[in-house]
Write a protein of this length. Structure first.
Length: 555
C-alpha cells in the first residue's frame, strides 16, 4: 500500500483490497473512507467486500463515492463531517488518492490557510491547482465572473511594483494599470539600517500607499490568494477574480519569523531585535545605547535574503557607537553567519575585514540560528560538521540582532509560476516568465541570481516596462537586466563601502574611482546613502525618472 499522510489524523492511498485491511489496522488506523464508486475498474473490489473486511479488523468504515474529476461541494462538506465523527487516525482512498485529497482540501477551506493545504497535498504527491479557487471560496464552486479587468495587473505595491508602474506610464501614458496590495503604508526599507543606528527617524521611511501610487493607477486593496495563468486571471481573497492582458509579479519576500523557535515570542523585548522590521529598528538603537558591557550577537540566515549586507551593517554601526562612547572593549561582538564567507563578492572583503578586526568582532561561519530563549538570554545555533552531522551551539547574549530566514510568499511558492525552490521562474535577462510569455517578475520574489536590493529593483523596473510594452506591440527590441545590485555597507557612521556588482559578482561602479572607490570606505558614499538616495527613491524611482537606470538594449 502506498499510504501518504496529509495530517496526523488523515492519510490517503490509492485503491486498497480487502486483504489489505489487516495491514491497515496494524498500521494504527481506526477508520477507513472509500471515495471510489463501485464498477470503475475491472480489477476493483466492491465496497461491500471492503466493508466486511474492514469490520472484521475492527475498523470503522464509510462510503462516500465521487466520480473522477467531479468532486462536488456537498461531497467536500460530507467528507469534513466524516472526519469529525470517525475515530482517528483515518485512511481515505480512491483509485489514486486524488479524490480523497480533493475532498479533504475542500473540507479544510476556511480552517487551514490555502498555502498549507496546497503544500500538504503536494508533499503527498497531489497537485490541487485545479481546485484552488474552490478552496479560496470556502470549499464552494465560485461564479465564473471577473470582478475587474485591466491591461496590466501588478502584484505588489513595494519599491518594484510602483517603480515598474511609473516606468510603464512614462512610456505609455494612459495605460490601464492596476496594483494589487493590501498594505496602507509604503516603506523605504533601505532606511531601516539608519533608523537602527539613530541616523534616521522612523517616520522618514514611511508614507501612505495612496500618496506614492502613480496618478491614474487603480489600487486594488486586497491580498492575492492564487494565480490562474492559463485564464489570465488572479484570484483574490474572497475568490474575487481580476483579469489581465499582462501580469507583473513583485510581491517581495516573506520574512519567516516563525522559522526560528521562540523568536516571535521575544522579538522587541529581552534584548532581541531586528532592523528587518519597521517597528523594531528603533528598539535596536535603544539597545545599542543601553549596552555598556556584555555580549552582542548579530545573525545572518542562509541565502537568499533581502539585502545580504544588512546583517553586518547593523553590527558595524553598533560597534562604531560603542567605540565612540568608549565601551567597545567591554562588548563581545559575535557575527554568526549561516554562510561560509563575510560577503559574496570577494573584492569588498578586505575593507570589511579591516573593520571586523578594528572592532574585535568574532566571525562564526556556518552557524544558523534555530531557537531563542529570550528570558534566559540564550540563542541556539546549528553548525554542520565535516562528517555531515550537526552540532548545537548555545550562546548567551545581552543584545541579539536577528535576521530571519526568508522565502517567497506562500501564494507564490504553491503557484504554477514558481520554480522548484518556490521563486518566480523568469529569464534572468528579460525578466519574462519562462512558461507564460505575458507574465513578468522583478524584485525579491524573482529567481534571478542577483542581490535582492532596492537598487536592483530600480534597474529591473525599466527592463520589465520596456519588454512588457514590446509584448503589447507598443515598443520594439528587447531590454536586458545585467544583474546590477548595490549594497552600501555602512562600516562606521560617516563611512560606507559602496558595493556595486552585476551577475557573477562582476564589479559595476557607478562613479569613477577617483570620486568613489567602492572597494574602500568613503565619506562621499555615506553622503550618498544619507542625503541623496532617499530623495532619489521617493522622487525619481517611484516617479518613473530613470536616472542612471536606462535599460540596456540587445539586438
Amino acid at each position: 500500500m502506498d499510504i501518504k499522510a496529509l495530517t496526523a489524523e488523515l492519510s490517503v492511498a490509492p485503491q486498497i483490497a480487502a486483504a489489505d485491511m489487516r495491514a491497515v489496522a496494524e498500521a494504527g488506523f481506526r477508520s477507513v473512507i472509500c471515495n471510489r464508486p463501485d464498477g470503475e475498474g475491472a480489477d476493483q473490489p466492491g465496497y461491500s467486500e471492503l466493508e466486511r473486511a474492514a469490520k472484521e479488523q475492527g475498523l470503522a468504515v464509510r462510503y462516500l463515492p465521487a466520480e473522477s474529476g467531479k468532486v462536488t461541494d456537498a461531497q467536500g462538506q460530507a467528507f469534513g463531517t466524516l472526519l469529525a465523527e470517525l475515530p482517528k487516525p483515518v485512511l481515505a482512498f480512491c483509485r489514486t488518492g486524488m479524490r480523497s485529497t480533493t475532498m479533504w482540501a475542500l473540507s479544510q477551506a476556511g480552517q487551514l490557510p490555502l498555502p498549507q493545504i496546497i503544500e500538504r497535498a503536494a508533499q503527498a504527491g497531489f497537485d490541487l491547482k485545479g481546485v484552488v479557487r474552490r478552496i479560496v471560496n470556502g470549499g464552494k464552486t465560485p461564479v465564473e465572473v471577473a470582478d475587474a479587468s485591466h491591461d496590466v495587473v501588478i502584484i505588489g505595491g513595494g519599491a518594484a511594483g510602483i517603480a515598474v508602474a511609473a516606468s510603464l506610464l512614462a512610456r505609455s501614458p494612459g495605460l490601464d494599470i492596476a496594483i494589487i496590495d493590501p498594505a496602507d503604508i509604503h516603506y523605504y526599507q533601505p532606511g531601516w539600517t539608519m533608523v537602527g543606528a539613530g541616523v534616521f527617524k522612523p517616520a522618514t521611511t514611511a508614507r501612505t500607499m495612496a500618496s506614492v501610487l502613480p496618478r491614474g493607477v487603480h489600487w486594488i486593496k486586497s491580498a492575492v490568494a492564487a494565480f490562474e495563468p492559463e485564464r489570465n486571471a488572479v484570484i483574490l481573497d474572497g475568490c474575487r477574480v481580476v483579469k489581465y492582458q499582462q501580469l507583473v509579479v513583485c510581491p517581495g519576500l516573506k520574512l519567516d519569523w516563525h522559522g526560528i523557535a521562540g523568536l516571535p515570542e521575544t522579538l522587541g523585548r529581552n534584548g532581541v531585535t531586528s532592523n528587518y522590521r519597521f517597528d523594531l529598528a528603533s528598539y535596536t538603537w535603544q539597545l545599542v545605547q543601553q549596552l555598556h558591557r556584555g555580549t552582542a550577537i548579530f545573525t545572518q540566515p542562509p541565502m537568499p535574503i533581502k539585502c545580504a549586507g544588512a546583517p553586518q551593517k547593523a553590527m558595524y554601526l553598533s560597534a562604531d557607537h560603542w567605540r565612540r562612547t568608549g565601551v567597545l572593549k567591554a562588548v563581545d561582538i559575535q557575527f554568526c553567519n549561516a554562510g561560509a564567507v563575510l560577503f559574496g563578492v570577494p573584492d569588498y572583503v578586505p575593507a570589511l575585514m579591516e573593520y571586523v578586526e578594528a572592532y574585535g568582532i568574532g566571525l562564526n561561519f556556518g552557524q544558523t540560528l534555530i531557537s531563542v530563549d529570550g528570558p534566559a538570554k540564550k540563542a541556539v545555533f546549528s553548525q554542520a560538521k565535516a562528517d555531515g552531522t550537526k552540532a548545537l551551539i548555545t550562546r548567551e547574549f545581552d543584545l541579539l540582532h536577528v535576521v530571519p530566514p526568508q522565502k517567497a510568499p506562500d501564494f507564490v511558492r504553491v503557484s504554477p509560476l514558481a520554480d522548484a525552490a518556490g521563486w518566480i521562474d523568469v529569464d534572468m535577462a528579460s525578466l519574462r516568465h519562462k512558461t507564460f510569455a505575458n507574465i513578468f517578475a522583478l524584485g525579491d520574489a524573482a529567481n534571478t541570481p542577483n542581490a535582492k536590493t532596492a537598487a536592483a529593483a530600480r534597474k529591473q523596473a525599466p527592463v520589465v516596462a520596456h519588454n512588457l510594452l514590446v509584448t503589447r506591440g507598443v515598443l520594439q527590441g528587447e531590454a536586458q537586466y545585467d544583474g546590477y545590485g548595490s549594497c552600501p555597507l555602512t562600516v562606521a557612521r560617516g563611512k560606507i563601502v559602496l558595493a556595486e556588482f552585476t551577475y557573477g559578482g562582476k564589479l559595476a561602479p557607478s562613479f569613477p574611482k577617483w570620486l568613489i572607490d567602492g572597494t574602500r570606505p568613503s565619506a562621499l558614499a555615506w553622503y550618498l546613502k544619507e542625503r541623496i538616495l532617499p530623495p532619489l527613491y521617493w522622487d525619481a524611482m517611484l516617479k518613473g525618472r530613470e536616472w542612471m537606470a536606462q535599460p540596456e538594449m540587445v539586438g
